[in-house]
Write a protein that binds this ligand. Structure first.
Ligand code: ADP
Ligand code: MG
Length: 253
């Protein structure tokens, strides 16, 4: 069975892209067929997995706005089983261009339904907003992973995000679920990190993944080499924890 997971949080810099790329690569390393869908105009998943944006023929914009078949936009990566639908800066206009269009919230869902059977997991890397691109992602998804950075104000803005999830559940996608909440960039040397973990667990209870992603320099270096942590440094702590997370995600299949 295939599953579409949106990786979302309207805050920037919480680890959405890092999680998309490295969870995707880890699932692929475990033999799953994975498609990464980059729907953030910044295109960090696209460049982070080694795609040169100048070489992209069709991106997610063409799929959502111009009805290009998603198969025509799928690119290979340096990992077997891991494909990507790239995003380029062209996507920046999509929020506005979608406003007057018919069925604007379900465009991504319709497109991904054409290729869903080809993959075990489709991971959507969402932009840092609750705009129409994120609504498209939540409408297309079976479930969401919410990365939360172990920092001050970790829970700030989450009620807005959960409210958006509820609205999508009510009007557009009744079967949308919370797949899990992922604590990221944990620093064991500070009390703050431990406090945030407790707070988040109180709020989300069993939805919080056992795997906690620590701060790891190799994780922050890998994107500038256009690689996931699995190929950049498979022996790093970062690779170890994202593999653990992938196993946890598979257990909840
Ligand atoms: P988002 O997609 O939510 O904006 P990113 O995944 O791009 O967040 O992460 C923000 C920044 O933090 C990036 O520079 C990334 O390399 C870095 N980063 C993310 N996770 C970690 C981590 N566990 N350890 C160290 N750096 C990280
Ligand atoms: Mg990002």
């Amino acid at each position: 069975m295939s599953k579409i997971i949106a990786i979302t949080n309207q805050k920037g810099g919480v680890g959405k892209t890092t999680t998309s790329v490295n969870l995707g690569a880890s699932l692929a390393a475990l033999g799953k067929r994975v498609l990464l869908v980059d729907i953030d105009p910044q295109g960090n998943t696209t460049s982070g997995i080694g795609i040169n944006k100048a070489d992209v023929t069709y991106c997610i914009y063409d799929i959502i706005i111009n009805d290009v078949h998603p198969k025509d936009a799928i690119c290979d990566t340096n990992i077997e089983n891991l494909k990507v639908i790239p995003a380029t800066i062209q996507l920046a206009g999509a929020e506005i261009e979608l406003v007057p269009t018919i069925s604007r919230e379900v465009r991504l869902k319709k497109s991904l339904s054409l290729v869903k059977h080809m993959f075990d997991y489709i991971l959507i890397d969402c932009p840092p907003s609750l705009g129409i691109l994120t609504v498209n992602s939540l409408t297309a998804a079976d479930s969401v992973i919410i990365p939360i950075q172990c920092e001050y104000y970790a829970l700030e803005g989450l009620s807005q995000l959960l409210n958006t999830v509820r609205l999508v559940q009510k009007h557009l996608n009744t079967s949308l679920q919370i797949e899990g909440v992922l604590l990221t960039m944990f620093d064991a040397r500070t009390n703050l990190g431990i406090q945030v973990i407790e707070e988040v667990k109180k709020y989300f209870q069993q939805k919080v993944y056992q795997t906690i992603i620590p701060r790891n320099v190799r994780l922050s270096e890998a994107p500038s080499h256009g690689q996931s942590i699995i190929t950049y440094d498979s022996r790093s702590k970062g690779a170890e924890v994202y593999m653990e997370l992938a196993k946890e995600v598979i257990t909840y299949e």
